[in-house]
Design a protein around this ligand. Structure first.
Ligand SMILES: NC(=O)c1ccc[n+]([C@@H]2O[C@H](COP(=O)([O-])OP(=O)(O)OC[C@H]3O[C@@H](n4cnc5c(N)ncnc54)[C@H](O)[C@@H]3O)[C@@H](O)[C@H]2O)c1
Length: 407
């Protein structure tokens, strides 16, 4: 098949590689000149996708990269994988998705199978994407949705072995999309409508968001009671059914967990319903950075005027993604309490207008939020090192959220 993938980020490049792996011809379309230039020169910017996979695909002639939507016009299948973030006010921002749909509407001159992989609320494919593309192109296209479940950095589950849900605006569209995904995914699950697929994605991440809120609040309670949350969670996790472990942390980050529940909440409000679970979990998850800063002062003492190094500002270990990272509000809380804050991350050279600092500077203390496997604290001459949860690899770091029972 000739496939065009709009957006060559975490999701788009993953699908591109999946489609290339079974012999499809792929055109990657991205509006970022840096992304286009990097991929053309055989470099991958996504963890878990190697340079050699990209350079071999370019050399084979089966992978083209461009910023021009015109190149999508010859494709059989078009996959949309552009960001659906929150805007500055914290509301759903579909502007990149709508601009992408408008651009497609301007270039498609014959009917195509168009699949959306960008996460959004139920009704987006039917009410937003379809009218923009059909209206612009004067064609009746087939529309399907397959919400992406990629977990960047996950070595066990990738595009091939992660089951994939597919819905369509018609049975014909859904069946065509199912056939496309079956060419490179082991398990494809057709559902009865596009809205079922869209809602399933939002529920998956809302489920995590709420359970993380619950465990964060539980960790606060355990800490106040002087009971080690780690050990309690491990003990509870020994129940073989009806329990799933979640872990407390300094907050939530990334492009999915903090964002998707807000899309569901806003859509629910249009139907006169407010999810109390989402509202409450949002409040708890967002207060964690300040809670951890306060716990730091409980353990260390006043941080006014102290030089603090925050280590690991990506939202999770093993990846360089800093979107919605809780490191930002955590650093703001430390500054509010009077600390002078620098940060270090071996995977993030620059962030928030600053470069990563060396660990070898003159600091009073460090707080490790994320311990990437290549993190090295050698050269550290400062005072105590704190972290969020007890880390068996670094037993000397002092945990601030969940600690292990002293035996
Ligand atoms: N990152 C994840 O782990 C993940 C997992 C599941 C679902 N998703 C969803 O997938 C979608 C894409 O997220 P991502 O993480 O891949 O984003 P990303 O930022 O990694 O990549 C998006 C790419 O799209 C390009 N782009 C943006 N607007 C464009 C436009 N109008 N035309 C062409 N290119 C454009 C950007 O330059 C960027 O390279 C989002 O809806 C997200 O919620 C992400």
């Amino acid at each position: 098949m000739r496939v065009a993938v709009i957006g060559q980020g975490y999701v788009g490049l993953t699908i591109t590689v999946g489609a290339l792996s079974v012999g499809h011809q792929v055109t990657g379309i991205d509006h970022s000149p840096a992304v286009v230039a990097g991929l053309k020169s055989g470099k991958s910017h996504i963890e878990g996708i190697s340079d050699s996979v990209i350079s071999k695909a370019i050399a084979s002639g089966r992978f083209q990269v461009t910023d021009s939507y015109l190149q999508s016009a010859d494709s059989d299948v078009i996959v949309i994988a552009v960001p659906t973030p929150l805007d500055a006010k914290g509301s759903a921002d579909l502007s990149l998705l709508t601009s992408s749909a408008k651009s497609l509407g301007g270039v498609l001159k014959s009917p195509k199978l168009i699949i959306n992989e960008s996460t959004s609320y139920p009704g987006t494919l039917r009410e937003v994407i379809n009218p923009l593309i059909d209206g612009g192109s004067g064609q009746s296209h087939l529309y399907a949705i397959s919400p992406e479940r990629v977990d960047p950095g996950n070595k066990r589950y990738g595009v091939k072995n992660t089951p994939r849900v597919v819905g369509g605006l018609s049975d014909q569209a859904r069946d065509a999309a199912v056939a496309f995904y079956r060419s490179f995914c082991d398990e494809v699950i057709p559902v009865s409508s596009a809205e079922v697929a869209e809602a399933a994605k939002l529920f998956e991440n809302t489920f995590r968001f709420i359970n993380i809120g619950l465990v964060n609040e539980f960790a606060e309670i355990m800490s106040a009671m002087g009971i080690p949350a780690d050990e309690v969670l491990k003990a509870a996790g020994s129940k073989p059914y009806g329990f799933m472990p979640f872990h407390p942390n300094v907050g939530i980050g990334g492009h999915c967990i903090p964002v998707d529940p807000i899309y569901l909440q806003e859509r629910a409000k249009e139907f006169g319903i407010t999810s109390k679970y989402i509202a409450l979990s949002e409040e708890i998850n967002h207060r964690m950075p300040k809670y951890v800063a306060k716990r730091l002062m409980d353990e260390y003492g006043d941080i006014k005027g102290k030089k603090v190094l925050v280590v690991g500002i990506a939202y999770k270990a093993g990846i360089s993604d800093t979107r919605e990272s809780p490191a930002k509000p955590f650093i703001e809380s430390l500054k509010e309490f009077g600390a002078e804050v620098s940060w270090h991350d071996p995977l993030v050279p620059s962030w928030d207008g600053q470069s990563s600092s060396s660990v070898a500077g003159a600091y009073d203390l460090a707080v490790v939020l994320v311990a990437h496997s290549n993190l090295s604290m050698s050269g550290w001459k400062g005072g105590p090192i704190f972290t969020t949860n007890f880390n068996p690899k670094y037993p000397d770091w002092k945990p601030l959220i969940s600690f292990q029972q002293k035996s």
